[in-house]
Design a protein around this ligand. Sequence first.
Ligand SMILES: Cc1ncc(COP(=O)(O)O)c(C=O)c1O
Ligand SMILES: [Zn+2]
Length: 401
Amino acid sequence: MSLDAFICPICRRPYPADVRSLFCRACGDPLLSAFVPKSPAIRRGRPMGVARYLGFLPLPEFDPDLSLGEGGAPLFPLNRLRSVFRTPPLWVKNEAVNPTGSFKDRGSIVAIHMAKALGFETVGTISTGNMAGSTAAYAAKAGLRTVVFIKDDTPLEKILSAGMHGANVIRVRGNYARLFVKSFEIGRVLSFYFINSVDPYRIEGYKVTSFEIFEQMGGKAPDYLFVPVSSGGHLIGLLRGFLDLKRAGLIRRIPRIVGVQARGCAPIARAFARGRAAVAPVRKPQTIAHAIANPQPPAGRVVLKLLAAHGGAMEAVGETEILRAQRLLAEDEGLLSDPASATVLAAFLRMSKEGRIPAGAASVLVITGSGLKTLGDVDSSRLRIAEADLSDLPQLMAAWK
Ligand SMILES: Cc1ncc(COP(=O)(O)O)c(C=O)c1O
Ligand SMILES: [Zn+2]
């Protein structure tokens, strides 16, 4: 059923499409799909999501029985923030509305199609949250078993959703980077398909978000696209989506992609700022943006290479900026994002204030995850939550009015 081959994005060596062997033997970097869309036509009768853009994906067909209704996330302007801060035009693509509350569902639907087609009975993933829940949900829908490896210090509530979908969740003591490598070894021996953050099919699924943004903007690409970055898989997928649109003659220029990390764990942004080709691991990540705190991103070198080739950039934002951006989205735009997603507004506001975004340029911020999942991290002492006796209430409200 292989529509596909893999390729090393660093040395361009080709590989057969084998999900048990996902890294270049020469470079060690993660392989990407070498699939080149042959009939890149948008199927306009279909709803947004994989079905509408099937011609751009290495899947022979879309099976609605595997779908949980992912895709079609709304794109809307942030007019209030735009007017308060006098910024250039600004939209969000709210991926938090996907079935399990994050953009990960875009990748899970495509990878689970592959898992089924390749006859796997068990899939696995390494995650501290969103990816575990998403993979486990899609595996459950497909009738597959899931195993999730997490770090032993991961808070229990982060993996309860995966557990609810029946996943076998294992807290692993030991080095996290080595766990990543080990998972693939275990997968090869036991015939489990480990759908990790830089899986080539997961990354192909992220392209769909770019196709939707293109259509939702009236057949145009934005000038800037801001995306939070951890492993780098999402950024690579979004970039590939716009490159596909360009190759198909649907756009002339791809957006300037700005990957955003939290300063407390910014291995890729740091390497970018220093003009390095590879990332140095971060020893002790320290940020509220837990979902993007990957100290040793496996696709770091690939992200740096692609950004350099296609005019992208990386930014790092501080904790105060992240919390302020999260509050602004919630209070001024009604959008409850997780701190990882709020990094993109923080980076946009800084760049806009510094005059680094031209006045007429259209920016899209990709909100990747729902704030409903990270309410445990909220500092409630900053919220207007109080107690009162019933008899005092009229007076209290009159004073507040
Ligand atoms: C909410 C959220 N945003 C962004 C990311 C980063 O995605 P990637 O690892 O593909 O760079 C993650 C990854 O887990 C996430 O959960
Ligand atoms: Zn290579």
